[in-house]
Ligand binder design. Structure first.
Ligand code: ZN
Length: 297
């Protein structure tokens, strides 16, 4: 038996598949060397409410915001992490916890529940620090982003198209000249993975189950800055409610250089993957301090 229409359908599908794959990667093709030209390909990068920004304690608005409320952050993931070198960063998807749901956050500027989807990092080089946000005039050595999606949206693309689509928790790190004995398990596993992630597209699965909360170590989760901004990589969608913790975590001087040894898709060093500062314009940046909870209650 022969079904011409059926064959034709599959021939078309096979013809289209490579293009579908390419469309997926076209969107991700960008370079930090010419980040000031991103808007030529990705118009939103030249638009309003862009990130990162410089946060200064003298210019923020102290406010009695509710604390961030974390759910599932201290429960073990049900799967091992699969950490990868994407060519632009080191990242991993967030698995569900042993109780079957992904960790989530609400409170702060967030009106809804936001589910953790992905974690990645931004760094500099031996010559320059590489956090994206500046705190009180200082750029720090490393910045971790925990990306959450509003649970009322079912895809990341849908979330990106709404101003309340995403919530990113940002943690800054400062290099210290001691060994890594002070880490909680999650950071030990991630920083230890870097030695296995030198090549573009390489992946590594640390053999230990961790919690998402261990990436925050014991920082003060009640002390944070927040503002309305954007993705800091193309397509730069203005869809992110940023929460940047005021406390800076330590990273060992033995671990920070491991980021500088990664390579991009061209086999060249993957360095300085941070976007330049964007204009704050008329946006307000709020500061929620632990003492504010008494005002709020
Ligand atoms: Zn980021």
């Amino acid at each position: 038996m022969h079904f011409p229409a059926f064959d034709d359908f599959y021939q078309r599908l096979l013809f289209l598949l490579p293009f579908a794959t390419n469309f997926g990667t076209v969107e991700r093709k960008f370079s930090y060397v010419d980040s000031t030209k991103w808007h030529e390909t990705f118009p939103l990068c030249g638009g309003a409410e862009q990130s990162p920004i410089a946060i200064s304690r003298h210019k923020v608005i102290p406010i009695g915001l509710p604390p961030l409320q974390f759910a599932g952050y201290d429960e073990l993931f049900q799967d091992l992490l699969r950490i990868q070198n994407s060519g632009h960063t080191v990242n991993f998807s967030i698995p569900p916890t042993v109780f079957g749901e992904r960790p989530s956050v609400t409170g702060g500027l967030l009106q809804d529940f936001y589910e953790a989807r992905e974690v990645h990092f931004h760094w500099g080089s031996q010559q320059s620090k590489g956090s994206e946000h500046l705190l009180n005039g200082r750029r720090y050595d490393l910045e971790m982003h925990i990306v959450h999606r509003n649970t009322k949206y079912s895809t990341t693309e849908e979330a990106r198209n709404n101003t309340d689509g995403l919530a990113v928790l940002a943690v800054l790190f400062k290099v210290v000249r001691t060994g890594p004995s002070f880490y909680q398990p999650g950071l030990t596993e991630i920083f230890g993975s870097l030695l296995h992630l030198g090549d573009f597209n390489s992946t590594y699965v640390p053999p230990v189950l961790i919690t998402l909360g261990s990436l925050l170590s014991n920082l003060d989760r009640g002390n944070f800055y927040c503002y309305k901004g954007s993705l800091t990589t193309p397509p730069c969608s203005p869809s992110v409610l940023w929460h940047v913790f005021a406390e800076v975590l330590p990273i060992s001087h033995q671990d920070l250089p491991k980021f500088w040894q990664l390579r991009n898709r061209h086999g060249r060093p993957l360095l300085n993957n941070f976007r330049p500062l964007q204009s704050q314009e008329t946006r307000q940046v709020f500061h929620r301090r632990p003492a504010d909870q008494w005002l709020w209650i």
